[in-house]
Design a protein around this ligand. Sequence first.
Ligand code: ZN
Length: 378
Amino acid sequence: MNFSFAVLQRDPTGARRGQLSTPHGVIETPVFMPVGTAATVKALTQDALEELGATIILANTYHLYLRPGHELIRKLGGLHTFMSWKNAILTDSGGYQVFSLSDLRKITDEGVRFRSHLDGSEHLLTPEKAAEIQLALGSDIAMVLDECIETPAPRNIAEAALKRTTQWARRARQYFLDSTSGNGKLQQWQFGIVQGATFPDLRRESACQLLELDFPGYAVGGLAVGEPHEVTCEMTAEVTALLPHGRPRYLMGVGRPEQLPDYVARGIDMMDCVLPTRAARHACLYTSEGRVLIKNARYIEDQRPIDPNCSCRVCRRYTRAYLRHLFAAGEITAAILATHHNVSFYLDIMRQIREAITFGHLANFASELRARYSAGPA
Ligand SMILES: [Zn+2]
């Protein structure tokens, strides 16, 4: 099977229900992609991810490039084989981690020179290199290298980053097309990333420039980095209004459970976030009734499941009191059970969102979810 995307249904909000076909299976959209940074979703086995119905996960190019190295992964059969994951994988470009984790040396038009956060070794990440690494990893969807800036950004900084992002996207696209032409069946889709900080006109300009490069899908980057939720939604809508109807749109790095329907309502098909997995390891559980901070003393004798409305393996079997004890005792099982539930909860919300789109009820679903979250935990 090769790549395709089709919008099957629309909701009055503008939300889309669709299907993204990849060589590693069909993905029902809108979809949430759990983050598997170093070729593992922290605290979850691939068996558990399959059981939870994850059809696509994200892996981080920066981490895999530094350790164990993309050439080793290529030699061992690619990322799917290496980590024994039969469903789809999206890899980021590595840019975001270079900008946020490494000892950044210098950004030039050529690329980003940085020091590894692991051993201090020096590396140069260029648009071509980021594309080459992702081809070696063999992910289903690869992202182009973009320039990430701190927010809030002054207009001149945002303009310069946008200009460079377009130049880098052009080079990445060219490298990708040169490397993959004549290979017969296409093994990877490459997405462009729209930047432009919180300036509507820059967002539109970035989108228009990338459209000329004819990517099979487009991401909205540089959002949900501290700006108000309304601004994230507004910038997203500016961009999706310009993107081609028949191609997938990916909003990078979002979001909180009650915000997911808002992004979908702006025409977003794909999202990813470390929140459900990271929060789980910090004893923060997401439930249908709001957040449960399970270390709280109020749960010492609480014999209810984490979420009475959740049918995941953890909620069917264990009590809040037991989870609280595991966290208090520093047991690694605490992270495993909490992560299992949180990822289950996120994927379940996405199922409900897709169903709501089918019935044209997404606006209702979004306001109900928001109300339950503002009401707080049971
Ligand atoms: Zn559960």
